[in-house]
Design a protein around this ligand. Structure first.
Ligand code: SF4
Ligand code: SF4
Length: 460
């Protein structure tokens, strides 16, 4: 078979998979009202119908109806979608856009053009064992740690040795947090911790992969906040990555493998809740029942697992200790000067994690807590619910659109006059740091995870 025939065969198989797997009922549920358009960042940036949720659904339906080929233009619009799912909560027909996108991405991954498929599959093959076994991830972070701390990074930046990298990769390299190969377990010195004061329940900490080596301090603070709030905390040893990075690029088999491992180890740990401090991971975890829906033996345990998953803000809000904070704040305010003249009041704003808001539907939790924190002037970010452009590895594969989006987020940040931008997801945190760097505002604006901010303000 010559290469042209092979290509025709691949395109035919792609089309057939889309026809077979796209959920036609969901496609029909879209009544083309357009209520989702204003919520969509790619529509907002381009003004193109094809780059909107309604437009993408129409493209999927045209392929499913055999009216259109899943050609390069089709693929481009699917790739441009952030998967932020801001189109779901605003849809009056409850169209499950995220599921339609997954079905499309699965097919595109399965039948990718050889030029794109070989590097993508190679990358997945390389990354899978690293993300599956935490030890290996720690080894990688040791290498990064050595690069960052040995003076090599300083040398590389000073000598402009990384100029061969694309501009967005150079920015990413500069804003990357310091790696800590010890991870949370070594940092806190164990796998099990007792609640302080009255006990509310037992929480299993989902420590994440990137989270545990680049944001170790946030994981440490999560354990501290949970125990201080009345939870026993367990950190199951054999947990793996949530699988989101694989699932979002179409490799659902690897994501399923990771999901089964997590369902098993957290089930064995016999916890009441599973705490997530990363919106992207949490959203993946709460949909494990959907991911494993076709596996009779796993769907029940996956459902139990999914209902136990909570964002840390939801767990903290259940604690009596946080309900007592307003009293503490009032006492501290009346004991000092009026708020406007107090030097220790800091103005903060909050950039949503799309997946925390649109999938876990827990976007209000961090805001509620921020309103309780003493010495904090919390100013809402206009359009804070709009994706920042991070979206997993979107900012690496679609840098132009990601930059356009984060620049528009920074315009809104400017209006708040905040000196700290808070987020609930490591990817959003890095992307907002990119925004601050592009704005040349490093000396004025800090970006923090909400957990670290809470810990700084509450755990003296
Ligand atoms: S809001 Fe829902 S029903 Fe309306 S166009 Fe968007 S996806 Fe379709
Ligand atoms: S997931 Fe986000 S980017 Fe994609 S269509 Fe929905 S709102 Fe637009």
């Amino acid at each position: 078979m010559n290469s042209r025939e092979q290509d025709d065969q691949r395109k035919g198989a792609l089309k057939q998979q889309l026809v077979n797997t796209l959920d036609y009922e969901q496609l029909m549920n879209c009544m083309r009202c357009g209520f989702c358009q204003p919520a969509c960042p790619t529509f907002h940036q381009t003004g193109l119908e094809a780059a909107s949720p309604r437009g993408r659904i129409a493209l999927m339906k045209a392929v499913a109806d055999g009216l259109m080929e899943p050609d390069e233009a089709f693929k481009q619009q699917m790739d441009l979608c952030l998967g932020c799912r801001a189109c779901e909560p605003v849809c009056p027909s409850d169209v499950k856009y995220g599921q339609l996108l997954e079905q499309t991405k699965d097919a595109l991954f399965e039948h990718a053009e050889p030029a794109g498929a070989i590097p993508l599959r190679g990358l997945h093959k390389f990354a899978k064992p690293i993300f599956k076994r935490h030890r290996r991830l720690r080894l990688m972070s040791t290498i990064l740690h050595a690069y960052q701390r040995s003076g090599l990074q300083r040398l590389a930046n000073k000598g402009n040795l990384l100029r061969w990298l694309p501009a967005h990769m150079q920015t990413m390299e500069r804003i990357m947090p310091h790696a800590d190969s010890r991870g949370v377990v070594k940092r806190v010195g164990g796998h099990r911790f007792e609640a302080k004061g009255e006990r509310i329940g037992t929480v299993g900490l989902f420590r994440g992969c990137i989270m545990d080596v680049l944001f170790t301090e946030t994981n440490v603070n999560t354990v501290r906040l949970l125990t201080e709030s009345g939870y026993d905390v367990v950190i199951p040893k054999e947990q793996s990555c949530c699988g989101a990075l694989f699932s979002h690029s179409g490799d659902r088999d690897t994501a399923r493998e990771f999901a089964k491992q997590n369902v098993k180890v957290f089930g064995d740990a016999k916890v009441d809740y599973i705490a997530s401090n990363a919106g992207g991971c949490g959203a993946m975890l709460v949909e494990y029942d959907h991911l494993l829906a076709d596996e009779a033996e796993w769907v029940g345990p996956a459902r139990e697992f999914a209902v136990q998953v909570k964002d840390i803000s939801e767990l903290l809000l259940r604690s009596q200790r946080w309900n007592q904070l307003p009293e503490a704040a009032v006492q501290s305010k009346t004991a000092a000067q009026p708020e406007t003249t107090r030097d220790d009041t800091v103005t903060v704003t909050y950039q949503d994690s799309c997946h925390l808001r649109n999938v876990m539907r827990a976007g209000e939790g961090p805001r509620q807590l921020l309103r309780l924190i003493p010495d904090t002037n919390f100013v809402e970010l206009e359009g804070g619910e709009v994706c920042c452009g991070s979206a997993g590895i979107y900012n690496l594969v679609q840098p132009q659109m990601a930059n356009d989006i984060v620049d528009s987020r920074m315009e809104a940040v400017r209006d708040t006059k905040a000196s700290i931008i808070l987020t609930s997801n490591p990817g959003c945190l890095l992307q907002m740091k990119v925004g601050v760097e592009r704005e040349k505002a490093n000396d004025r604006i800090q970006v923090m995870h909400v957990v670290d901010y809470f810990a700084e303000k509450i755990l003296k």
